[in-house]
Design a protein around this ligand. Structure first.
Ligand SMILES: *Cc1c(COP(=O)(O)O)cnc(C)c1O
Length: 390
C-alpha cells in the first residue's frame, strides 16, 4: 500500500544513484538514461560543478525571502539576459509557474485577455498553464477553464490569421512541441507568428521549458527559428534537478511587474540560484553547445542508419539532443523492452519514442543506445511477422 495519490503510472524501478548518463537502482541494475528526468538533468546526474555549487551554498544560507536583495538572482538573471533577447527576469519554481507569470504579465501589460496557443501543446498543470495547453485530455474534469483561450493547429497559416485579432494579448507556443510528439514549427510559420504579433501588437511567448538550456544545441531553441520573443519561459534544465523556473521578458514589460504585482515565496532562493548559476556557466560555453549539435546529428544519423529498414518507423526528427522517432505503432512496448535491455527512454504521445539524453552523453553511449533500440525494433518486427504467418 502506498500513501501517495496515484497521479503517476510509475515504472517498477527504484533509482538510488545517478552518475553522468547512468542511473543505478536499489538492486544494483545499471541503466543508460536517455530521459534525463524529462529534459531536466541536462548536465547529467550529480555533475561535480553543480554539486559543489550547491554544497557551498548549503553551509551559507538557504532562504530569506524576496524581502531581501539576493545576489544570486542578480547574477543568474544577468547570465540569462546576456544569452537571450530578454532584458529582465522573474524567478519561480517550475515550468507551470513560469507560464502563469507569462500569462499574467501578457494580460497586464497589454490590457487585453485573449490568448492564442497551439493544439497538442503542453504548458503545465496549473489552472492558467492548463488553459493554455491545447489538449482535451489534460482539461478533462477540471473545468470551467480560464476563458479567452483559443487553440490553433501549428504550421497552419490561415488558422493563425483567423485566430489572432486586435483583442489578442499573446500567442504562446513551443517551437518544438515536447509532450506533443517532438513536432517542429516550420520557419515560415515562425516568421508569420512574429509578423502577426507585430501587426496586432500582441506578445509572443515562447515556452522553452523543455527546449531551453542547451537542449537543442543553442542556448534557447527560438534562436534556430529566427524569432525574437517578448517573453521566454524556463524551468526543467535550469536547475539540473533542483526545482527552479524563470520568466525572461523584454524591456517594455518592466513596469507591469511593479512591486506587489506578482511574487513567489521560494522563487529565486539562494539554493536554487547557486545551482542555476553553475548550470548556466557550463551550458552557455560555446564548445558545449557545439558538441550538442554534433552529438544530435550523430544520434539522428545513427538512428536513420540502423532503423531505416523498419517499416513501422515513419520519421526521425528533432534538434540537438531532443529527438523523436515517430512510429506507426504504440511505443509503450518498445519503451518497456528498451528498459529490460538497460536503456531508459520515454514517449511523446502514444506513437513517438522520445530521446532526451543528458547533453554530456558520449558518442559511445549514443551508439550503445541506438544498438539497443535497433535490437528492440528487430525483435518487434520478427514477432509481428510470426503473427502474420500464424
Ligand atoms: C514540462 C513542461 C512544462 C511544465 O513544467 P512543470 O515544471 O512540470 O510545471 C511546461 N511547458 C513545457 C514545454 C514543458 O515541457
Amino acid at each position: 500500500m502506498s500513501a501517495l495519490f496515484p497521479t503517476y503510472a510509475r515504472w517498477n524501478i527504484k533509482p538510488e544513484k545517478g552518475i553522468g548518463s547512468k542511473i543505478i537502482d536499489v538492486e544494483g541494475n545499471e541503466y543508460l538514461d536517455f530521459i534525463s528526468g524529462i529534459a531536466v538533468c541536462n548536465l547529467g546526474h550529480c555533475h561535480p560543478k553543480v554539486t559543489l555549487a550547491l554544497e557551498k551554498q548549503l553551509d551559507k544560507l538557504w532562504h530569506v525571502s524576496n524581502l531581501f536583495q539576493i545576489e544570486g538572482q542578480e547574477s543568474v538573471a544577468q547570465l540569462l539576459v546576456d544569452h537571450s533577447v530578454g532584458d529582465y527576469v522573474f524567478f519561480c519554481n517550475s515550468g507551470a509557474e513560469a507560464n502563469e507569470a507569462a500569462i499574467k504579465l501578457a494580460r497586464k501589460s497589454t490590457g487585453k485577455h485573449h490568448i492564442v496557443s497551439l493544439l497538442n501543446s503542453f504548458h503545465g498543470r496549473t489552472l492558467g498553464s492548463m488553459a493554455a495547453t491545447g489538449q482535451d485530455k489534460i482539461h478533462k474534469g477540471f473545468g470551467p477553464l480560464l476563458t479567452e483561450f483559443t487553440y490553433i493547429e501549428m504550421n497552419h497559416l490561415a488558422a493563425l490569421e483567423e485566430a489572432v485579432t486586435e483583442k489578442t494579448a499573446a500567442i504562446m507556443v513551443e517551437v518544438i512541441q515536447g509532450e506533443g510528439g517532438i513536432r517542429l514549427m516550420s520557419k515560415e510559420y515562425a516568421k508569420a507568428l512574429q509578423d502577426v504579433c507585430e501587426k496586432y501588437n500582441c506578445i509572443l511567448i515562447i515556452d522553452e521549458v523543455q527546449t531551453g538550456i542547451g537542449r537543442t544545441g543553442t542556448a534557447f531553441a527560438y534562436e534556430q527559428f529566427g524569432l525574437s520573443p517578448d517573453m521566454i519561459t524556463l524551468a526543467k534544465g535550469l536547475g539540473n534537478g533542483f526545482p527552479v523556473g524563470a520568466l525572461i521578458g523584454k524591456e517594455g514589460l518592466k513596469d507591469s511587474f511593479s512591486p506587489g504585482s506578482h511574487g513567489s515565496t521560494f522563487g529565486g532562493n539562494p539554493l536554487a540560484m547557486s545551482v542555476a548559476e553553475a548550470v548556466l556557466t557550463e551550458i552557455f560555453k560555446p564548445e558545449l553547445l557545439e558538441s550538442v549539435q554534433q552529438k544530435g546529428e550523430f544520434l539522428k544519423n545513427q538512428l536513420q542508419q540502423q532503423l531505416s529498414s523498419h517499416k513501422v518507423i515513419e520519421e526521425i526528427r528533432g534538434k540537438g539532443l531532443m529527438v523523436g522517432v515517430a512510429c506507426q505503432i504504440d511505443v509503450a512496448p518498445i519503451i518497456e523492452a528498451c528498459r529490460e535491455k538497460g536503456l531508459l527512454v520515454l514517449s511523446a504521445g502514444p506513437k513517438v519514442l522520445r530521446l532526451l539524453p543528458p547533453l554530456i552523453v558520449t558518442k559511445s553511449e549514443i551508439e550503445k543506445a541506438v544498438e539497443i533500440i535497433a535490437d528492440v525494433f528487430a525483435d518487434i518486427e520478427q514477432k509481428q511477422s510470426m503473427n502474420v504467418l500464424k
